[in-house]
Design a protein around this ligand. Structure first.
Ligand SMILES: NC(=O)c1ccc[n+]([C@@H]2O[C@H](COP(=O)([O-])OP(=O)(O)OC[C@H]3O[C@@H](n4cnc5c(N)ncnc54)[C@H](OP(=O)(O)O)[C@@H]3O)[C@@H](O)[C@H]2O)c1
Length: 212
C-alpha cells in the first residue's frame, strides 16, 4: 500500500522503515524536508514531501507528530486530503511539563482524549488509535521472550480498524480492539505506564500483553 506518514520524528521513521520492510511504499511529510535527506538516502524506496503531499499520497495515513500540534498538522495536511481515509493515530497528549517520579503529565483528562479532539477536528477521517503505547524501537517486528505483545486500538470505523489490525499482524502484534474513539481515554494513558520503567530504570524494551 501507499502509506502517507505525517511526521518526521522517531515514530515516523521507525514505522516508515517497517512499512518498507513489509513491502509497502511510505512517504514522510514534514515542514522541513532537509532534515530527512540523510534518512532517505539510507532508506531507498521511501519518499519525502510536505505534510499535504504525504496526505495526498497515502491510501493509509499515519499521524506521528507532537501531540500538542496534532490538530495543526491535520490542518496543514489539508482536511480534504484526509477525508474518508484511515489514519493510524500514534500521538500522545504529553504536556510540556517534566515527568514527576517518571510519571508523564498529559494536557487532556480522563474524560476526553486527544484522538476524540482530532476526530472532532476532522469528522470524516477514520482515526484508529495504535502504536501509542510502545516505544518506537519496539514498534516493528518486536522480539520479546514473552511472545507476541498486544497493541490496543480503538476507533469509530470498523473497516479502518480491520485494515490497521492487518498491518499490526504484519508487524508482529496481537490486536486488542477496545471499541469506539472514547476508548482512547484509556489507551492514551498506557503511554504514561509504558514510560515509567524507562524514566526510573532506563528500561525502554518492553511491551504490554493481554493474558486470558
Ligand atoms: N517516540 C516514541 O517512542 C513514541 C512512542 C509512541 C508514541 N509516540 C507519540 O508519537 C508522536 C510522534 O513522536 P516522535 O517522538 O516521533 O516525534 P515528536 O518529537 O513528538 O514530534 C516530531 C514531529 O512533530 C512535528 N512538529 C513539532 N512541532 C510542530 C509544529 N509546531 N507544527 C507542526 N508540526 C510540528 C514535527 O514536524 P516537522 O517534521 O515539520 O518538524 C515532527 O514531525 C508523539 O505524539 C508521541 O507522543 C512517541
Amino acid at each position: 500500500m501507499k502509506i502517507g506518514v505525517l511526521g518526521s520524528g522517531d515514530v515516523a521513521k521507525s514505522l516508515a522503515r517497517g512499512f518498507l520492510a513489509h513491502g509497502h511504499e511510505p512517504m514522510l511529510g514534514t515542514r522541513d524536508r532537509a532534515k530527512l535527506e540523510g534518512w532517505v538516502a539510507q532508506n531507498s524506496g521511501a519518499a519525502v514531501g510536505s505534510v499535504a503531499d504525504a496526505a495526498r499520497f497515502g491510501e493509509l495515513l499515519v499521524l506521528a507528530v507532537k501531540g500538542s500540534v496534532a490538530a495543526d498538522a491535520l490542518r496543514a495536511a489539508g482536511i480534504p486530503n484526509l477525508t474518508g481515509k484511515a489514519i493510524i493515530d500514534t500521538t500522545n497528549p504529553i504536556a510540556d511539563a517534566p515527568p514527576t517520579n517518571g510519571v508523564l503529565k498529559f494536557f487532556t483528562n480522563l474524560d476526553e482524549s486527544l484522538m476524540e479532539r482530532l476526530q472532532r477536528t476532522a469528522p470524516d477521517v477514520r482515526f484508529v488509535k495504535a502504536f501509542n503505547s510502545v516505544g518506537h524501537a519496539c514498534m516493528v517486528d518486536p522480539e520479546f521472550a514473552g511472545g507476541r505483545p498486544t497493541m490496543f486500538i480503538c476507533g469509530n470505523d470498523e473497516n479502518a480498524k480491520l485494515l490497521v489490525t492487518g498491518i499490526l499482524a504484519e508487524f508482529g502484534w496481537d490486536t486488542e480492539d477496545l471499541g469506539a474513539a472514547e476508548a482512547a481515554r484509556a489507551i492514551e494513558p498506557l503511554c504514561i505506564l509504558w514510560c515509567i520503567p524507562g524514566f526510573l530504570r532506563n528500561d525502554w524494551r518492553h511491551a504490554l500483553k493481554v493474558l486470558r
